[in-house]
Design a protein around this ligand. Sequence first.
Ligand code: C2E
Ligand code: MG
Ligand code: MG
Length: 578
Amino acid sequence: MPQPLSTQPEFYLTVLSQLSEAIVVIDQAGGIVFCNPATEALLPGGLEGLAVPNKTTAYQVLDPHHRPLVAAELPLNRALSGQHLNNEELLLVMASPPCHRWVTVTSCPYPGPGSGHSLLTLRDISASKQREATLIAQAFHDTLTGLPNRHLFMDRLSHALALAHEHPNGLMALLFIDLNRFKVINDNLGHRVGDDVLVEVGSRLQAIVPPDCTIARLGGDEFAVLVEDIATSSSAIDLAEQLYAAIGQPFLLLSQEVYISASIGIALGPATYQSAGEWLRDADVAMYQIKDKPNQMWHIFDSSLRMQQNLRLQTEIDLRQALAKGELRLHYQPIVTISNQEICGFEALVRWQHPTRGLLPPGEFIHIAEATGLIIPLGWWVMTEACRQMQAWTTTYPVMAGFTVSVNMSSKQFSEHNLATKIQEIIVKTGFDAHRLKIEITEGVLIDHSDTIIKTLEQIKAMGIKLLVDDFGTGYSSLSYLHRFPFDCLKIDRSFIENADQDFEKLEILQSVVRLAWNLGLDVVAEGIETPRHYAQLKALRCELGQGYLFSRPLAPEAVEAMIMQKLAHSLDHTPTV
Ligand code: C2E
Ligand code: MG
Ligand code: MG
C-alpha cells in the first residue's frame, strides 16, 4: 500500500485546483462552503444559474432535449432536497459569450464534517458530445457530397409515411435520379474526377430543390429527392425537368466540357405505400424503364410497372436455371451476298425455350442477363454452341464449308479476363475454323472499355476471327473509332434501311456509310432488308452483304438443315437459290 505523500491541507488544495472538474460543497441553505478554481471557469457568475430558472442569470440550464428546467428540476435545488444526481447530462447556454456547454452533474451528501452539506461535481463533456454529434452526422450523411445518405433518407420517408396516415389526402413525390453512363467517366477520367462530378451534381440538385424537401445521395451515382407537399403530379414533373436540365449543363472536367444525362423515376405517394422500401423500389422501377434511353427525362411509376417488375424478377429466377436445364436455343439467320443472293453465312441468335411461356426472343431476357451478369455464361454457351453446330454441319453438308457464323458479344463479356484465351479454347474444343467466326459488338463496348479494348480486339483478330460493329449508326456515331479499332466489317442498323426508301436524308446517310466503309477497307452488311425495294436500293449502292426477312427469318437448326437440303436439290435442278 503506497504511503500518502502528504497530509498537509495545501497539498489537497493544490490537487483540487488542478482538476478540470468543478468541485463544490454547499451547506443546507445553498451557501458555498468550498469550490475549486474550475468552478468559475465552468460556471461563470457562480452557482446561481444552477438554482434559478431565469434568463437573467449568466447561463441557463436546459435538459438534454434542449428544454429549459423549472426551479425544482435544477440541479442545485435537487441536491438541496436530498436527491442524488448521478452523471446527469445538462446543457448550459452561456449568455456571454454566447455558446453552449454540455456538462454532467453528480451530487451526494458531503461525507466529511458539516451535517447536511452536499458535494457537487460538474464535468465539461462538450468535446465528447461534439465527437458524438460528428459521428452521428457521419452515420447519416454521405461523406463525399455532405447530403443525407440512404439511411437518413429512408428514415425521412418512413416519417413522411407515418405523418401521411394522419393526412391521407396529401400528395408527395419521390424522385429517383440515376446518372447515365457514369461508369464511363470513372473509367476514362479516373475516380477523383468521378467524385468531383458527384459533388457537383449534389450541389446542382440542392440548388434547385425547395428547402423543405429532402435530397439524398443513395450511393454510387444515385440520388433521391422527397417532396412532401406537392399540389399535383405535374409539379413533380416540373421539378424532375429542372433537375434533368441542371445535370445536363456541361461539366468542366480536366479542361474539357463533358455532358452527362440522368434518368429520373417518379413514384407518387404516400397513400399507396405501407413502407419506405416499397416506395423507393417503385421510383427505382420507374427510373429503370427509361435508363439510358436518350431524350427520356422522367417516368412516373404506375401499377402496371409493378407487374412488369414481378415478371422481370420471375424471369431472372428462371433464367438462372435455364442454362443448367439446357433451355437455351440458337436460331440462325442467313446472311447473303447481295449481288447474287447466295447464302454465305449465318448470324446465331439466342432464344429461350421457356417451360411455360414458350419460345422467348432475346428482347425478353437479354437485358436481364446483362443486368445480372448471367450474360457471361450465356455468351460462352452461345459461342460454343454456334461453333459446335457449324462444325457439325460442315461435316454433314460440305456445301456449308465456306459459311461463316456471327456471334453477338455483350459489353459485359469484355470485362472478363483472358477473353481471347477463352475464345481460343472454344475454337480448339469445337474444331471450328477461327477464320469462319465473326464477333459482333456494338459501339457501347468500345465506350465502356475504351482503355483495354484495343489489346483484346487485336488478340481476337490475331486468331483469324473477324470483328464486326453491330447496329452501326444507332450508338454514339463517332466515326473516329473506326480508324482506331481493328474492325473488318460494319453492320448498318436496320433503322437506316427501313426508311431509306421514303426518307431522302436516311438514303444519303446510307450512301455515305457504305462509301466510308469502302474507304476504310471494311465490308458492309445491311440488316433488316424486308422488301424488294430495300434490296434494290442496297444493290444499287453496291453493298456487299445483307440480312433480313426478305431472304429468311432466323431459323431453328432443323429448318436450316431443311433449307440446305432444298438448296442442294435446287442446285441439282440448276434453279436459282434462296
Ligand atoms: P442484332 O444482333 O442486331 O440481331 C438482329 C436482330 O434483327 C434479330 O433479332 C433479327 O431477328 C432481327 N432481324 C433480322 N432481320 C430483320 C428484318 O428484316 N426485319 C426486322 N424487323 N428484324 C430483323 P433478335 O433475334 O430478336 O435479336 C435481337 C437482339 O438481341 C440482337 O440484335 C442482339 O443484339 C441480341 N442478341 C441476340 N442473340 C444474342 C446473343 O447470343 N448474345 C447477345 N449478347 N445478344 C444477343
Ligand atoms: Mg447482331
Ligand atoms: Mg444488329
